[in-house]
Structures are given as structure tokens and as C-alpha cells.
Design a protein around this ligand. Structure first.
Ligand SMILES: *[C@@H]1O[C@H](CO)[C@@H](O)[C@H](O)[C@H]1NC(C)=O
Ligand SMILES: *[C@@H]1O[C@H](CO)[C@@H](O)[C@H](O)[C@H]1NC(C)=O
Ligand SMILES: *[C@@H]1O[C@H](CO)[C@@H](O)[C@H](O)[C@H]1NC(C)=O
Ligand SMILES: *[C@@H]1O[C@H](CO)[C@@H](O)[C@H](O)[C@H]1NC(C)=O
Ligand SMILES: *[C@@H]1O[C@H](CO)[C@@H](O)[C@H](O)[C@H]1NC(C)=O
Ligand SMILES: *[C@@H]1O[C@H](CO)[C@@H](O)[C@H](O)[C@H]1NC(C)=O
Length: 871
């Protein structure tokens, strides 16, 4: 833990450099030695390494462009990054000891520390190219081996700088940590390879993770560098595209400006989302969480999602500063096995690498002892320490600091060195060297860096443990992401549990695997955290977007009348199918009650009963007429017409039965047409009867030829003719727009009223109109004939009956129009029964009265005689 505290102290020390120097004399600035720091091993072929070992260059020395920016210091040597160097060394040794791989060729290496600073990376690259620590551009003074390829770097910025130089000379470059999508561009970076995936696949991983937990309301923090900004924008777009919303996309401010820092803390504190994605390089985050402001204020619990380009968070334990990240979820490149590396890491000691200044520093800091041979004047702090005993061993270091179990980036260096070794091996097997191979001259002349690219592109090999290693067509290594849960124990120790993984190459529904039960959330979360802008809407409600807010923020409004929503978070309420109706809570549909005038219905039953009774009465009347057909009353005014009228009246009573019961296709077709035709037959018969009266009167006058007409069949033809008009109208109706069964759901909520849709209202009113025309005609004729002296003058009766008939149907229309649903049918039935009854009673009851009760009056003489006086 001492080293962690020292790191923090270092940063603060740089801020207040003078004070610190005065008070403690604690000055860990490492200038000349480390800026020249290089690890090297000679060989026939040299692998150039530019690795980040220090956390960063001094952030406070800002370049002012007036003087050379040369004097930036590397600060914060990271022991876990130091392992990358050791992995480089270890692997090169392993390859050299492997008789199968590159026989008779020795690999060597030169490693420069980039300190996450582009200038340093370029300096290192140039030094490697020119073979001198002080670079001589465009000249190679290398005489201790042939530079074959570059390995580096961890961060994208420095990797980019290296590639600017390496690609000029077509040297292969393999990065072990740069995930920037730009490197997948084969035109810009034809000789670039990396042991990590393109970070774009991580957007999918993050989005699927968000979707898995239903987190639709997130914040994004990025570093204020170019990579962070572009990644942040792209991630934001991707999240929005996937249906989520981003509460804020903020850049982590750089250390030193406390005003912006304060605002930044405020932003996090006041944010309502409980999930924040951090897409930042480590430097920014590290400085950020060391800021006191974080601990002075209560920060509501958040789930932090850490991107895989935050390697340090998984590789480096910075202690209590990061406890705010407790329970966070980190993406990480997968770890790999390096056989024997653990023992090697434990065996490292300063006597093994006597030139390694960094190792000495690490040693002295960690074991708090002074190594012999370190220069006195440079590190006064160490002068006061006791001499080291020589029994110190790295085994004693905490494994979270000096991790010998989780090799992620170290493993990438391991595989990168192996990939180069295999490619070189293939290159030399493909075209064996002529002559004695040990002659550097021949290697020097023969080696062309661009040739190596071809072999590297097609490399396929399997490390002794682990999966096959190869590059895809873009130079990336397809790989999975591990999903880790970071738990900071109260004592500051970091525990990382593997809780899932993401396989970019799997089918999209199998890419993400999360073991939810293995995740331990921040203790303030009682359960799996939720991060939504608005609570989800229950069934029966729908989302109503809020003006000016992202679409994840909405109000829930109940569904409108007649609509429903049966799932949570519905965008729109649905309409029920026509035969259904929303339940009271509007969260489902129930079938509507179906309504029509049925025989079971008391009203329907009563009407049907009435119709049958009336029909029976008519039938009775017909019977009486038939029985007394030879009597004067029956014979008067054309017997046949009376029969026709009575029959049609019977039918019209029966016809009303068609209007009762469930409307079917056939009944709908029959209803109005039958009604129209039967009634027009009745009215025609009445008309014919009226005409008979007129004819009968005229016929009594001597010499009238009309007499021949009386009683003849001609009048029956008149009936036929008049009804034919109605038949034509009905036929046209049926042909053009026939009535059909229909339902009405508008009238009554919750009910579905079965009706017969007339098809054409015009036709319907035509039918009634024609009928009315006939009726009015009869009425007029009858009215004019009402005073005609005649035997048993029927004209008055007919006038009266037509008056009844017309008034029934004239009043029918407004009533019909103003009633709804099944009562429309009732009204029509009622009108039919009433008008028919009117005809029946007005025309036939008086006759029956005479026939049955006053038979003495039922004689021709009486009828004529009765009339004679009035004439
Ligand atoms: C390696 O060198 C040894 C001795 O110089 C020689 O016998 C052997 O054939 C060489 N191997 C290859 C693969 O060139
Ligand atoms: C770099 O070296 C090459 C030959 O190796 C030479 O042709 C070229 O002119 C040099 N470029 C510069 C800028 O010196
Ligand atoms: C440490 O070792 C040096 C010689 O290497 C010796 O001069 C010095 O006295 C020792 N200091 C202590 C504290 O033992
Ligand atoms: C971090 O979270 C774990 C699990 O929820 C909890 O046990 C631990 O105490 C927390 N650490 C701190 C420092 O609060
Ligand atoms: C999930 O995690 C729990 C607790 O760590 C463990 O017991 C279980 O085996 C894991 N399940 C899977 C499928 O990995
Ligand atoms: C909701 O209603 C729709 C339409 O009626 C139906 O397709 C869907 O299956 C229902 N969903 C649920 C969850 O009941």
C-alpha cells in the first residue's frame, strides 16, 4: 500500500513542489536516467518495444511552444506495467530456448518507456530505428542486430505516434492495448496489428449489458482527449439507437482547475441516472477520484461501467480513492495463461537485472530499503533507509499489486512476441538463408521489414495453453471481453470477480453472458439497481412523451375511452377488436355483449306474439269471408281484391317476424324487400278497391262501359302492376347495394348491436316512399269518392284506413331516425303491425260486424236500399 500512497503523494508533491522539497526533501523526479531508460538484449533480430511503464508524464509541465517540450518527467512507475517488460523479456528468452522456433537465430529486444506521452513514444521509435539512444533520423547505426518489428503501445495515442514512423519503413507493429477503431483502417495502417479487438465491438457489449438490466437512462464520462471524445459521441449514438437515453455526456476535466472539478462533482451528484459508463483513459480518472470533493459530498450510489480501455482499473489497485467505484462492472480483455511466468516474476531481483533502474526503484519503494550502488545524490529519500538484506523477494508483495495470476496485457505481449517469432520463422523457412546464418551481414542485407507483414497477416498459431492466435483481415485479434465485478473492500483491497463475458463473434442473442447472482452491487443498492428516467407505465396506461426531454422520460397517461394497453411501457394504446371492449382498468379486452331484438327478449316475444295473433285474426277474417263469400257484403266491391288484401295483410303480419331474431345474411336481404313488396301489394289492393268503388258508381249509370270492368280481373292486374313498381325498386336495391348484417359499436359502449345495414338508405326510403305514394293515391281517390252513393260505400272506410296508414308511416320516419339500436327495429315492427292493423280494422271489421252480428243487413237490397235514401 505504501506505493499507492506514494503515488498520490507524488501528484500532490508535483503540485506543491517547492514546499515538499523543503519539508521532506522527498524528490522522486527521475530525469536523465529514466528518460534514457531502455531495456535491451542483443540478438540477430531485434524486436523494438515501446511500452508504457510509467503512468504518465508530468501533467503540470504544459508545453508553451516557446521552448522544446523535452523536460517532461515520467511519474508513477507502475509495478504491474513493469510486468509487461518482464513478459517481453521472458517470452524472448523462451523463444530463444525453443529449438523449433527460429533455430540458429537469436532474438533480441530494445524496450523504451513511452510514459503515455506521444513525444516519448516517437523518441523511442526513432531511437529504435537509428539504433542510437540519441536518434539520428533516417540513419540506422544499429550494429548489434537487425530491427525486425515494433511492439507497442498500450494506449491508442502513443500507438498512433509510433505507427506514424513505423509505417514509413513498413515495419510491422503490434499493439498490445490500443483499441481505437482507427487502427482497423488497412489503408492508413497496412502494417499494423493488435492483440486486442477493435473497441467498437465494446459498444455492442455495453449496449447489450444496458439492455440486459433494462438500464435506459445512463450517463457517459469520457476523457477530454480525442479518443475519449469520439468514443463518447459514438457510444451515445449507439445507446440512443438501441432505444436508451443518455442523461449526460461529460468530459472528465483535467486536474488543477478546481472550479470545473467542482462542477463535475456536482453534475454526478445531481444526476438521476444510476448507471454511468466511463470511457476514459486512466490518467483522467485517477486524478479525478483523488479530488477531495468526491469524499466531501455524498455521492448517490451509481453503477459504474468501465470500458476495457481502462486497463489500469483491472490491472492496478489504487486504493481508497477508487472506493467510489465499488460494485462497478468492468469490461476487460480476457486473461491468458503464460506457463512458467509466475515463477519467473517471483524470481526477479535487482541482481538479475543490474542495469534496471526502474526495478531498483520499485524494490526500494516496496521493501523500504536501500540497494547498494544507487547514487546518493539523486534520491535522498532512500539514503535514510536501511541497506537491503538481499533476502527480499517479490513473493512478499500483495498479489493485487504484483499480480502473478491475471495476465491480460502481459499475455498480449507474450502472444505478440510469439506472433512475430512465428512470422519470422515462416519467413526464413520459406526462403532459407544462404551461407552461414550467423553472419549478421547476410541477415542485414536480406531482411526486408515489409516482407514480414505478409507472414504476420496469415499467422495462425496456438500457444502452449490457450486458444489459437490469429489476426482478422483488419489486423485485430477477435476475442471476447471478460466482464468483471470490482469490489473494494473497506481496507482498500480490490477483488475482481468474473461475472460474465461478451463474445463479439457469436450470434447476437448469445453474445452476452451475465451471471447475475455473482454480481455484488454497491451496498447502498438493496437489489439489482434500476436506471430509468421515468417509471414504467402499467398496463392500462401509455407513455406520453414530455416536451423537450429524451424519449425515455415520459408521463404515464391512462388509455382513452375504448382503448387499452396490455403490457407495460406501451407507446400507444390499442383499440380492441370490434367485438370486444376494454375492461374497466383498460388493460385488456372483454367481448362486448351482443344485442339484437330476439325472440327471448320480452319485447321481441310480445311483438312476435302480437304479430301471430293479428295474423290469426286476419286469417279468421279471411275464413269468414270465404265462408260467406256469396253474401252481399263480401261480394260488394270485388271479392278477389278483398282476398288479396287479407292475404297480403296476413303476410305483412308474418313479415314482421323477419325483423325479430339475429340478423343473418338472408333475413337482412328479405326483411325490407318483403316488407316493401307485401305492403305495396296491400296498398295496391286498397287502391284497386277504391277504384272499384268509383267504377261501381259510374257503372250504375246506364250505358257505361265501365260496368264490364267491375269484378273483372283487370283490377287484379292493377294490383300486380302497382306492386311491380315496388318489385323493381327492390330488385334494383338488391342488385346495387343489398342490405347486409352489420354491427353497431358506436351507439353503446360495451355493447355490439347486430343490425341489418340497409346498404342504401336511398333505396330504403324509396321503398317507403313508393308505398306512401300508393297510399296517398288511394287516400285521394277514396277521399274524393267518400260521398259517392253506392251500395255499401267503402270509400269512407278506405279514406279512414289510409289516413291511419299514412299517419303511421309519416310519424314512423322521424321516430325511426331518432331511435337507436334494437329499438329501430322495434319501431319498424310496430309501424308495420299498426298500419296493417289499421287497414284490417278499418276495412274489414265493419264488414265482419255485418256478416256475423247483423246478417239481416247482409242483403243486396238492404245495402242498396240503405243507400237509396241518402242519394
Ligand atoms: C544451425 O546451425 C547448426 C551448426 O552451425 C547447423 O548444423 C544446423 O543445420 C543449423 N540449422 C539450421 C536450421 O540452419
Ligand atoms: C533517407 O535515406 C534514404 C536512403 O536510405 C535516402 O535516399 C533519403 O534521401 C534519406 N532522406 C533524408 C531526408 O535524408
Ligand atoms: C550500507 O552499505 C554500505 C556499503 O554498501 C555501507 O557503507 C553502509 O554503511 C551501509 N549502511 C547501513 C545503514 O548499513
Ligand atoms: C463494497 O461493496 C461490497 C459488496 O457490496 C461491500 O461488502 C463492501 O463493504 C463495499 N466496500 C466499501 C468500501 O464500502
Ligand atoms: C454464477 O455465480 C454463482 C455465485 O458466484 C455461482 O455459484 C454459479 O455457479 C455461477 N453460475 C454460472 C452459470 O456460472
Ligand atoms: C396484447 O394484446 C395484443 C393485441 O390484442 C396481443 O397480440 C398480445 O399478445 C397481447 N399481449 C399480452 C402480453 O397479453
Amino acid at each position: 500500500m505504501l506505493i499507492l500512497l506514494s503515488f498520490m503523494f507524488l501528484i500532490v508533491a508535483h503540485l506543491f513542489e517547492k514546499d515538499v522539497n523543503q519539508d521532506t526533501g522527498f524528490n522522486l523526479k527521475i530525469r536523465q536516467d529514466l528518460s534514457m531508460s531502455m531495456y535491451h538484449k542483443d540478438g540477430d533480430l531485434i524486436l523494438g518495444g515501446i511500452l508504457q511503464i510509467h503512468m504518465q508524464s508530468n501533467p503540470l509541465d504544459s508545453t508553451n511552444f516557446r521552448e522544446p517540450p523535452a523536460s517532461k518527467d515520467c511519474i508513477l512507475p507502475i509495478i504491474r506495467y513493469y510486468r509487461h517488460c518482464l513478459a517481453f523479456h521472458f517470452t524472448v528468452e523462451e523463444v530463444n530456448n525453443n529449438a523449433e522456433l527460429l533455430p540458429n537465430i537469436t532474438l533480441g529486444y530494445r524496450i523504451y518507456d513511452s510514459c503515455a506521452w506521444e513525444l516519448r513514444a516517437i523518441h523511442g521509435t526513432l531511437s529504435l530505428l537509428s539504433g542510437r539512444q540519441v536518434p539520428v533520423p533516417n540513419y540506422s547505426c544499429e550494429d548489434r542486430g537487425v530491427l525486425a518489428a515494433f511492439i507497442g503501445d498500450l494506449t491508442s495515442d502513443t500507438t498512433y505516434s509510433i505507427s506514424q514512423l513505423s509505417r514509413i519503413f513498413h515495419y510491422p507493429q503490434i499493439s498490445y492495448g490500443a483499441m481505437d477503431p482507427i487502427f482497423s483502417d488497412r489503408i492508413l495502417f497496412p502494417s499494423f496489428f493488435r492483440m486486442v479487438p477493435n473497441e467498437r465491438s465494446q459498444y455492442d457489449a455495453i449496449i447489450q449489458l444496458l439492455r440486459h438490466f433494462g438500464w435506459t437512462w445512463v450517463g457517459i464520462l469520457t476523457s477530454a482527449d480525442y479518443q475519449g471524445q469520439s468514443a463518447g459521441e459514438e457510444l451515445k449514438r449507439a445507446i440512443i439507437q438501441s432505444g436508451g437515453c443518455v442523461e449526460f455526456l461529460a468530459m472528465i476535466p483535467m486536474f488543477g482547475k478546481s472550479q470545473t472539478m467542482f462542477e463535475f462533482v456536482q453534475l454526478i451528484r445531481s444526476s438521476t441516472c444510476s448507471v454511468i459508463v466511463i470511457y476514459s483513459s486512466m490518467v483522467y480518472l485517477l486524478q479525478q477520484f483523488m479530488f477531495e470533493e468526491w469524499r466531501n459530498h455524498e455521492i448517490p450510489p451509481k453503477v459504474w461501467i468501465l470500458s476495457a480501455n481502462l486497463p489500469i482499473i483491472t490491472d492496478f489497485d489504487i486504493g481508497k480513492a477508487f472506493q467510489i467505484l465499488n460494485g462497478s462492472i468492468a469490461f476487460s480483455i480476457p486473461k491468458g495463461e503464460i506457463p512458467g511466468f509466475k515463477d519467473f516474476l517471483y524470481s526477479v531481483n535487482p541482481t538479475m537485472f543490474p542495469d534496471d533502474v526502474l526495478l531498483k526503484l520499485i524494490w526500494q519503494i516496496n521493501f523500504r530499503c536501500r540497494l547498494p550502488g544507487t547514487k546518493k545524490n539523486r534520491w535522498k529519500y532512500f539514503d535514510r533507509l536501511p541497506n537491503c538484506t538481499g533476502f527480499e523477494t517479490l513473493r512478499r508483495l500483495d498479489s493485487s499489486l504484483y499480480d502473478v495470476y491475471n495476465f491480460r496485457f502481459s499475455y498480449n505481449i507474450y502472444t505478440a512476441v510469439y506472433a512475430l517469432a512465428h512470422a519470422l520463422h515462416q519467413m526464413y523457412t520459406a526462403e532459407p538463408l544462404q551461407g552461414p546464418i550467423t553472419l549478421r551481414e547476410s541477415l542485414w542485407q536480406r531482411f526486408q521489414p515489409w516482407q514480414l507483414n505478409n507472414f504476420l497477416r496469415n499467422i495462425h498459431f496456438k500457444p502452449s495453453i490457450g486458444n489459437e492466435i490469429f489476426f482478422d483481415e483488419k489486423g485485430d485479434t477477435p476475442t471476447r471481453y471478460d466482464i468483471l465485478n470490482c469490489i473494494y473492500l473497506p481496507n482498500g483491497a480490490l477483488i475482481q470477480t468474473l461475472v460474465g463475458s461478451f463474445h463479439p463473434s457469436a450470434p447476437s442473442d448469445q453474445q452476452l453472458f451475465i451471471n447475475e447472482s455473482a454480481i455484488r452491487w454497491q451496498p447502498l443498492f438493496k437489489q439489482t439497481p434500476r436506471s430509468v428516467c421515468s417509471k414504467s407505465c402499467r398496463p392500462g396506461y401509455r407513455k406520453a412523451p414530455k416536451e423537450g426531454s429524451p424519449k425515455c422520460c415520459y408521463d404515464c397517461v391512462p388509455c382513452a375511452e375504448g382503448e387499452f394497453s396490455n403490457a407495460t411501457d406501451m407507446e400507444k394504446c390499442l383499440k380492441c377488436p370490434d367485438d370486444q371492449w376494454p375492461m374497466k382498468k383498460r388493460d385488456g379486452c372483454i367481448p362486448r355483449t351482443i344485442e339484437f331484438l330476439s325472440y327471448e327478449d320480452p319485447l321481441g316475444a310480445a311483438l312476435a306474439f302480437l304479430a301471430i295473433v293479428l295474423c290469426a285474426i286476419t286469417a279468421g277474417t279471411l275464413g269468414i269471408f270465404l265462408k260467406y263469400r256469396e253474401t252481399a257484403v263480401v261480394k260488394a266491391n270485388n271479392r278477389d281484391l278483398s282476398y288479396i288484401l287479407l292475404l297480403s295483410l296476413m303476410l305483412s303480419f308474418l313479415c314482421s317476424l323477419l325483423f325479430i331474431g339475429r340478423p343473418e345474411k338472408l333475413t337482412c336481404l328479405l326483411r325490407q324487400t318483403a316488407f316493401g313488396i307485401i305492403f305495396s301489394v296491400s296498398v295496391s289492393a286498397v287502391l284497386a278497391k277504391t277504384i272499384t268503388v268509383v267504377i261501381a258508381f259510374k257503372a250504375t249509370k246506364p250505358g257505361s262501359r265501365l260496368r264490364e270492368w267491375v269484378g273483372s280481373r283487370v283490377l287484379s292486374f292493377l294490383v300486380l302492376l302497382c306492386s311491380l313498381g315496388e318489385v323493381l325498386i327492390c330488385t334494383a336495391w338488391l342488385l346495387i347495394s343489398p342490405p347486409f348484417p352489420d354491427y353497431d359499436i358506436q351507439t353503446d359502449a360495451g355493447k355490439m348491436i347486430l343490425i341489418c345495414n340497409e346498404g342504401s338508405l336511398f333505396a330504403f326510403y324509396s321503398v317507403i316512399g313508393y308505398m306512401g305514394l300508393l297510399a296517398i293515391l288511394s287516400f285521394i281517390v277514396a277521399f274524393l269518392a267518400r260521398r259517392l252513393p253506392n251500395s255499401f260505400n267503402e270509400a269512407q272506410l278506405i279514406t279512414f284506413s289510409m289516413l291511419v296508414f299514412c299517419s303511421v308511416w309519416v310519424s314512423f320516419i322521424p321516430v325511426y331516425l331518432s331511435t337507436k339500436d334494437k329499438y329501430m327495429v322495434t319501431v319498424e315492427i310496430f309501424a308495420m303491425l299498426l298500419s296493417s292493423t289499421g287497414l284490417l280494422s278499418c276495412i274489414f271489421i265493419p264488414k265482419c260486424y255485418i256478416i256475423l252480428l247483423r246478417p239481416e243487413m247482409n242483403t243486396r237490397e238492404h245495402l242498396i236500399g240503405k243507400q237509396s235514401p241518402s242519394m
